[in-house]
Design a binder for this molecule. Structure first.
Ligand SMILES: Nc1ncnc2c1ncn2[C@@H]1O[C@H](COP(=O)(O)OP(=O)(O)OP(=O)(O)O)[C@@H](O)[C@H]1O
Ligand SMILES: [Mg+2]
Length: 361
């Protein structure tokens, strides 16, 4: 049943999230949009409202093919709300659920394409500046499969920028309580420390690890055990459990999941570059069509189909990333050094044996 909400027409409720109810609605021009109506218990707090408006002002300026565009925000009939572009696809959490239900492995190259998209969206937001050229310092803080939406165009977009911070602060009743999706948090986030964009890249590492092994990384039987696992940050190597994961990709995931932020990727583009290198070296024939084929196999009726007219940032990165190939001369040098190493070892062994022979015989 359609319901009027200011200039919007609400069509149906889709979900109830941690901070808001989410609806499919229509704008005055008939365009479908996603509308999030903030729970009244949040909206009654002055501090929350101020934060919400500040965050929304920053987030509405983000425009990138791998970010779900915020369109509008404000207050209608005593309810704070914001609207977003409507993504006619599936949340990554749904994709993973379906893949697990169908008991098929998540193709490595498809995981790489989608996580590259996420890194692209993050890379853009992390360095976004305001009208006075001051860094906005945007950190997502809740990078997790329900907040990654996969479009019908077979690309991933990051949703809900800025929401986690507001949600956590808005309802915090006791000091030290950390809310949110613990199992995707970085160790520093789990301690409630000040964090920067490298925390988001850690969360991308968690998603990639989980997708590749079809197994939750830090989720445990309760919140405390999950927090303990995040803080301990013990990460099983991928290529030992799944043979088709190249060790080069294992290195990328391990770096993203380093306990110390200084040991991780310094920014989104460097992580995206390394993911692109793995694709170029180990899956040279992989194209976005692999993502399309996989999504179609999971959801035959949704109609995933690539629209070549839409920009594909990851594809551009794939083409432009520098891949150091071993040249003929460097290969020659490598084998020369290897052989001279063997010869040296044999000479030392002969001298040693000769010495021992002379000494004891
Ligand atoms: N812009 C959108 N277009 C289409 N569907 C969306 C959009 N945003 C969210 N959804 C759908 O609604 C679901 C719930 O989203 P929502 O963000 O409310 O919940 P959540 O991410 O689980 O919780 P949180 O409030 O913590 O972000 C998503 O998993 C997705 O399926
Ligand atoms: Mg969300």
């Amino acid at each position: 049943m359609a319901l009027r909400f200011g200039k919007y027409t609400i069509e149906k409720k889709l979900a109830v999230g941690g901070m808001a109810e989410i609806y499919l609605a229509y704008a005055a021009n008939g365009e479908p949009i996603a509308l999030k109506r903030i729970h009244p218990n949040f909206a009654s707090k002055k501090k929350f409202i101020q934060m919400f408006l500040d965050e929304a002002r920053a987030v509405i300026s983000l425009r990138h093919p791998n970010i779900v565009q915020m369109l509008d925000f404000g207050k209608i009939q005593d309810s704070y709300f914001f609207t977003m572009e409507w993504i006619n696809g599936k949340a990554l959490s749904d994709v993973i659920r379906q893949q697990m239900e169908m008991n098929v492995p998540f193709p490595v190259d498809v995981a790489l394409w989608l996580m590259m998209d996420v890194c692209e969206g993050l890379a853009y937001a992390h360095v976004k500046r305001d009208h006075y050229d001051q860094p906005l310092g945007i950190v997502h803080r809740d990078i997790s499969p329900p907040n990654i939406l996969v479009t019908r165009n077979c690309q991933a977009k990051v949703a809900d920028f800025g929401i986690a911070e507001i949600r956590n602060k808005g309802v915090q009743t006791q000091p030290g309580v950390i809310r949110g999706k613990f199992s995707y948090m970085s160790p520093e986030q789990s301690f409630g420390e000040v964090l920067d964009h490298r925390s988001d890249l850690f969360s991308v590492g968690v998603m990639l690890h989980e997708i590749l092994l079809s197994k939750r990384l830090f989720l445990r039987e309760n919140e405390q055990a999950t927090l303990d696992a995040v803080r301990a940050c013990k990460v099983p190597p991928l290529h030992k459990k799944r043979k088709d994961v190249p060790s080069m990709l294992n290195d990328v995931v391990m770096r993203a999941l380093a306990h110390d932020p200084d040991d991780r990727y310094r920014d989104g583009p460097s992580m995206a570059d390394d993911l692109a290198r793995v694709l170029r070296i180990h899956y040279p024939n992989s194209r976005r069509t692999e993502v399309e084929a996989f999504l179609q196999s999971l959801f035959p009726v949704v109609g995933f189909s690539i629209n070549a007219a839409l920009p594909d940032i990851s594809k551009k990165r794939m083409k432009s990333v520098v891949v150091k190939k071993a040249t003929a001369s460097s290969k020659g040098l490598q084998s020369f050094l290897q052989w001279s190493g063997y010869v040296f070892f044999v000479i030392v062994l002969v001298i040693l044996l000769d010495f021992l022979y002379k000494a004891f015989v």
